[in-house]
Design a binder for this molecule. Structure first.
Ligand code: F6R
Length: 241
């Protein structure tokens, strides 16, 4: 794991955006794995700026988001569709049909996600994946547990994640209880992974990565220690410095 310690959120975002900009320039048909949440917002801002100022071209780029809530319509301001549109897609020239989100299959809930993993395979696999980390070490919505799912599918959010995500909703009761999340296998199949973490509340999860000696499903992000090409970009607060 390559480790980059940035001074603050801004520097973390900039370094992450540089990696993405470079990768898109080298491969204009790149398949990106994207995350929502507060962590990648700054990186998306830099990428939008790279498009506006330097003409960074997203017209051949495909994207697969990590997750989406089950009960929110794509137009809902807290849905991840909406988030991506607001923070990146509407600001660059990505083609809407090239952007993908996992979807809930109402008729066969247990099959929700299977089609998504196939679509990723059909696109040639994810070349570059960005990940944020939950305070509890989750990635996508793979919450700490004795067992973690390999494939993309339906997940029930833990109380700690519902509490953490309630900052985006008027009331904690409004936070959806279920989501479709990329599985650990789906994430670990990406050719390159960039993990971002900013702020002292990510310190415990980041410490497990910095230690680097053990993997455990109780801190799902530690499974990325098994991946051959991971760059961790953390600010000083998240690094515990
Ligand atoms: C979002 C996602 C989540 C977040 C994590 C951190 O697509 O998959 O795992 O990356 O919850 O969220 P923030 O960045 O808001 O601290």
């Amino acid at each position: 794991m390559k480790i980059i310690i940035a001074k603050n959120y801004e520097e973390m975002s900039q370094k992450a955006a540089e990696i993405f900009e470079d990768a898109i320039q080298k491969n204009p048909k790149i398949v990106l794995g994207l995350a929502t949440g507060s962590t990648p917002v700054g990186m998306y801002e830099h990428l939008a700026e790279a498009h506006a100022k330097r003409g960074l071209d997203f017209s051949g780029v495909q994207s697969f988001n990590l997750d989406e809530y089950v009960s929110l319509a794509p137009e809902h301001p807290q849905s991840y569709h909406y988030f991506m549109n607001e923070n990146l897609f509407s600001k660059v020239n990505i083609q809407k049909e090239n952007t993908h989100f996992p979807a809930y299959n109402e008729e066969k809930p247990e099959e929700s996600g299977a089609r998504y993993d196939e679509a990723i395979e059909e696109a040639g696999g994810i070349d570059l994946q960005v990940l944020g980390i939950g305070q509890n070490g989750h990635i996508a919505f793979n919450e700490p547990a004795e067992q973690l799912s390999v494939a993309t599918g339906l997940v029930t959010l833990t109380q700690s994640t519902i509490a953490a995500n309630s900052r985006f909703f008027d009331r904690v009761e409004d936070v959806p209880k279920q989501a479709i999340s990329s599985g650990m296998g789906t994430i670990l199949k990406a050719r390159k992974i960039v993990i971002l973490a900013s702020g002292a509340d990510k310190k415990d999860a980041v410490a497990k990565l910095l230690d680097g000696t053990k993997v455990t499903t109780q801190w799902p992000v530690t499974l990325t220690l098994l991946h051959p090409d991971v760059t961790l970009i953390v600010d000083e607060a998240a690094a515990g410095k």
